[in-house]
Design a protein. Structure first.
Length: 103
């Protein structure tokens, strides 16, 4: 848990594409740990949710976000946690839409 909080603190200080690149690497590392996700699904789900909250856009991360969410569904993460993750994914999508409109 301490390591997860340290990671989250590190990522909250990053911005833009640099943050997305770092998170992409982290998400890919998470995807490689399917056995660990299976054993600690709620912990991974909560860390994933918290990381999503730090994002304002996710154009480089869509594939990884979808894959992690599918794994969490497969391993039976609580419905309320999945709903919170869905809300963050929707929020990121809305923010991305707004940024594209402004450009």
């Amino acid at each position: 848990v301490k390591r997860g909080l340290s990671i989250i603190k590190t990522f909250s200080g990053l911005v833009g594409k640099g943050k997305q690149t770092e998170l992409k690497q982290l998400f890919n590392e998470i995807l490689e740990k399917t056995e660990s996700i299976k054993m600690y699904k709620e912990l991974y789900a909560n860390v994933f949710f918290t990381l999503l909250q730090t994002l304002q856009e996710a154009d480089l991360l869509k594939t990884e976000i979808i894959q992690i969410k599918e794994i969490l569904i497969q391993y039976g993460v609580e419905k309320y946690v999945l709903n919170a993750i869905d809300n963050e994914i929707i929020r990121i999508g809305i923010v991305m839409e707004n940024l594209q409109e402004e450009m």
